[in-house]
Design a protein around this ligand. Structure first.
Ligand code: PHB
Length: 359
């Protein structure tokens, strides 16, 4: 058995995974009122328990962290109970599941915020584009810059959310540091124009992310905490003046922590960036397991793991439409087509009705 094989076990922090095929975090907008994961969500994750690891859809850590309709949170007792049913079901099938901790920052709208307030952000910079509010698309608004003395409250929300995730039975958590949401808004230069010790040089811009990592590690232990980064992704109107230096700094700082893994979205969901980022340098700088994501198919995934460019591959789209993806990839069996119309809306259809092989 080769060490570098997509279909072989790997040690990931405190866990041993039976394969290196990870279910990527996927927003599906099926939560019940109160942003509670319900019985359909239990079925959805149970069906996908053969993944080496499931990373849940992004789950807001507090009310202000929401920016999309029907996304399941991790900040109320009802949400914890809903997630407990999910983790119990996945564990009963022999699976492993991390929760992704999320705060959208400015990628929200007053209609999705407590008391109709403006969303919060490092700086009062309005994102280009529109937000899906549940009553149609609306322009983003100018967010309110978080005051310096509000930042301990943001960190405390992550801490409480990690405690809640533990109470809900998750095997660990992934801190969402990617895709233009709050922690990424602090990190990247286009969205952070603060003049305090959380803005300016990268040592300051990375401070909130690193403090969040520390508090989450205190709750779970570093070997049950992962992080997701997206150095080139311009999704949500974000960019950085020097991504190699920015993300090199972050990885140098997190490498000694003993994290379960580093998860990197290797590309740009909007297709705007000229490719040029050196992901291999990031991988070399990180001492632990490296998880790659962004449009990998079976061949590229097998080659990346065999060639040592990645230790694990996270699949998004293919896991939506193939609940038994590891078995299909192992057998080189055909994949079900994904129905894009039901990615972000709907109920059972396109969520829990994709057949398994022979099903
Ligand atoms: C989305 O809902 O489109 C979405 C959510 C979280 C991400 C990326 C995309 O990290």
């Amino acid at each position: 058995m080769s060490q570098n094989d997509l279909f072989t076990p790997i040690r990931l922090g405190a866990l041993t995974l039976p394969n290196r095929i990870v279910m990527a975090p996927l927003t599906r907008n099926r939560a019940l009122p109160g942003n509670v994961p319900g019985p359909m969500t239990v079925t959805y994750y149970r069906q996908r328990a053969s993944a080496g690891l499931i990373i849940t859809e992004a789950s807001p850590v507090c009310d202000e962290g929401h920016g999309y309709p029907r996304t399941p949170g991790i900040h109320s007792a009802e949400q914890v109970a809903g997630w407990r049913a999910v983790t119990d079901a996945v564990h009963a099938e022999g699976g492993r599941i991390f929760l992704q901790l999320w705060h959208v920052g400015r990628i929200s709208h007053p209609s999705l915020q407590p008391n109709g307030a403006a969303p919060v952000a490092p700086s009062a910079l309005k994102p280009a584009g529109q937000v899906w509010t549940g009553s149609g698309l609306q322009d983003y608004v100018t967010p309110r810059a978080l005051a310096r003395d509000e930042l301990p409250g943001v960190i405390a929300a992550y801490r409480q959310a990690a405690l809640n995730a533990k109470a809900a039975g998750f095997d660990g958590v992934e801190v969402h540091g990617a895709n233009g949401y709050l922690l990424d808004q602090f990190l990247r230069s286009s969205t952070n124009q603060r003049d305090d010790d959380y803005g300016g040089p990268i040592g300051n811009r990375a401070r909130l992310l690193l403090e969040v990592m520390d508090t989450v590690i205190e709750v779970f232990g570093a070997d049950r905490v992962g992080i997701r980064l997206s150095p080139e992704n311009r999704f949500n109107d974000i960019s950085d003046a020097n991504p190699q230096a920015t993300f090199g700094y972050v990885v140098d700082r997190i490498s000694p922590l003993g994290l379960a893994y580093l998860h990197v979205l290797e590309g740009d969901m909007t297709g705007q960036s000229a490719p040029g980022f050196d992901y291999a340098a990031l991988r070399r700088a990180f001492a632990g397991p490296y998880m790659a994501n962004c449009g990998y198919d079976r061949g590229r995934a097998m080659a990346a793991v065999a060639g040592g460019q990645a230790d694990l591959i996270a699949f998004g789209r293919a896991f939506i439409s193939n609940p038994d993806l590891p078995a299909r990839l192992a057998a080189d069996a055909p994949l079900n087509e994904a129905d894009t119309k039901t990615f972000y809306a709907g109920e059972e259809k396109g969520y829990i009705d994709y057949p398994a092989l022979g099903g």
